[in-house]
Design a protein around this ligand. Structure first.
Ligand code: FES
Length: 157
C-alpha cells in the first residue's frame, strides 16, 4: 500500500517540486482521497519546501478542499430562507435520520457526507437537495429514501 510520501512523490514527479505545484497537488489528493489528511499536508510542505502554514492556508481557503474525511457522495441541503419556509429543515432531519448523521458529518461507511447551504440561487424549486452536483427540486420527505437509495453501496461493489 503506498504511503503518504509515495503519493506525494508521484505528484511531485507529475507537477514538479515548485511552489506553483501546491494547488494542483492538493486538488489531486482531494480527488483521490476526498479529503486532505494532516500527514499528507506535512509531506507536501516538506517536499515542496513550503511552510506548513502556507499549505494549510491554501487547504482552508478553497471550499473544494476538506480537512475532514468526506464521503463518496456529498449530500447538500439548502436551508436558505425560501427553502426553509418550504420545509428544508424537515428534509435535513429526514436525511440525517436515515443516514444517522448530523450536518457536517460523514457516515461510518464513508459513503455519504451531509452538508447544508444557505441558498443555491434557484429558490423557485425549493426545497433543494444536491447530491454530487445533481439537483433534486421540490423535495419532500417521502422522496428522500428512494433518492438516497440510488447512491447506496450495494454489497460486492
Ligand atoms: S433558499 Fe434554497 S435555493 Fe434559495
Amino acid at each position: 500500500m503506498p504511503t503518504e510520501t509515495d503519493v506525494v512523490d508521484s505528484l511531485i514527479h507529475k507537477y514538479g517540486a515548485k511552489k506553483e505545484a501546491l494547488i494542483p497537488i492538493l486538488q489531486d489528493i482531494q480527488t483521490d482521497l476526498n479529503w486532505l489528511p494532516e500527514e499528507v499536508l506535512k509531506a507536501v510542505a516538506e517536499k515542496l519546501q513550503v511552510p506548513l502554514i502556507d499549505v494549510y492556508g491554501a487547504a482552508t481557503f478553497y471550499r473544494t478542499f476538506s480537512l475532514k474525511p468526506r464521503g463518496k457522495h456529498i449530500v447538500t441541503v439548502c436551508v436558505g430562507t425560501a427553502c426553509h419556509v418550504r420545509g428544508g429543515q424537515r428534509i435535513v432531519d429526514e436525511i440525517g435520520r436515515r443516514l444517522e448523521i448530523a450536518p457536517g458529518e460523514t457516515t461510518q461507511d464513508k459513503n455519504f457526507t451531509l452538508e447544508t447551504v444557505n441558498c443555491l440561487g434557484c429558490c423557485a424549486i425549493g426545497p433543494i437537495v444536491v447530491i454530487d452536483g445533481e439537483y433534486y427540486g421540490e423535495m419532500i420527505t417521502r422522496k428522500v429514501g428512494s433518492i438516497l437509495e440510488k447512491y447506496q453501496v450495494t454489497p460486492g461493489e
